[in-house]
Design a binder for this molecule. Sequence first.
Ligand code: ADP
Length: 452
Amino acid sequence: MFKKVLVANRGEIALRVIRACRELGVQTVAVYSEADRESLHVRFADDDVCIGPAPARDSYLRIPRIIAAAEITGADAIHPGYGFLAENAEFAETCAASNITFIGPTPEQIRLMGNKAEARKTMQACGVPTVPGTPGPIDDPDAALEFAKSIGFPVIIKASAGGGGKGMRVARDAEEFLRSFGLARSEALSAFGDGDVYVEKYLERPRHIEFQILGDTHGTVIHLGERDCSIQRRHQKLIEEAPSPAMTPALRAAMGDAAVRGAKSINYVGAGTIEMLLDSDGSYYFMEMNTRIQVEHPVTEQLTGVDLVKEQIRVAAGEPLSVSETPELRGHVIECRINAEDPARGFQPSPGRIDVFHPPGGPGVRLDTHAYAGYRVPPYYDSMIAKLIVQGKNRDEALRRMVLALESFIIEGVTTTAPFLAKVLEHPEFREGNFDTKFLERELTTILQQPA
Ligand code: ADP
């Protein structure tokens, strides 16, 4: 096992990783920007190193500074969390070159799955269905238009290197397609340094269903069930739950088999997620693979009893997975991402000092957060301040628990999305489990007008 793990991240995930290390008897190093000096992850770690000014490009994204921090403190492994450098193959390579273990998959696996067009080809080669689309990147607008016409509108133009809900454009007819195609290419180039785009069929009312994957260096690859992440705003997830209300044991077996087949075909090591779209007619398609721990991983942890972060650390140290097959899925779990944002003002960020912070509790309630009374939410990073996860014996109990937990969660000083999320949970269609990725967009005005 490692002696000391450096956590190359901030916020709740840095705390989450530090907790896992402590349980394993491993020491920890926190790195932080000047804006995060007062952060809890700094206080909880055994060692801490300031790596630069507030902007992420000058601190959390600076590879040489993070490697130097590991060397100075004697860390023998680095956990990247999610975001920042978590899916940066060059970072994983630099760790290896510096004799530091990167807690995650290999640089080759990161690179292969990081390019969506390449990832599609890999999945097709092992018989995993993908959304009908161009065989790879396409640069000629006329050829691309011909292709779009052949599969039929609407289509979606996606940046091969895209991520985080960015680099996607929907086109509903030829005119819009030609306009969007050039824009998509230049946006991809400026946002990701890679102008490659490909075209695929745009599904009108799909669900976003993803499978949690774990693999080890001894050849075991398993899935730990699905998460339904269809409640999204601008392609960003707000609420996740498992099991999916749309799932049946037969569909789970088929989709889970496909996910495991895909991950096995690249000998996947560590925690990863195969994201799929489930269409209203029951067909499902691979969309992308994330080669890291996900924000919503606690949903699966509660449902299965498996500590995914500890598994990541053990696997990176060469140990076998502690589970060899899909565990029993226990009850129903829902997660709400609570952001310091104002829904009434177009979800504008609401940074500032948290004056009062009174978290909910009780049976089946888990809160992953780095916030506390007196904490200043900095304006430089994403606005998520807490993840509230509840478990019930069935969906109905989990829903009731979540609404009560949101209502009794008192945060003063910054505006949060908690009251908005409670209203989403009370929407009749959500209650019935009858929703898709466009649900929130369609119902947004109605939900915003509901009294809290
Ligand atoms: P990112 O890597 O930026 O997260 P994804 O490829 O995972 O992008 O897609 C994010 C979301 O965009 C999906 O959850 C879904 O809501 C929507 N989306 C992506 N591809 C399609 C498609 N072909 N049809 C309909 N919706 C799509």
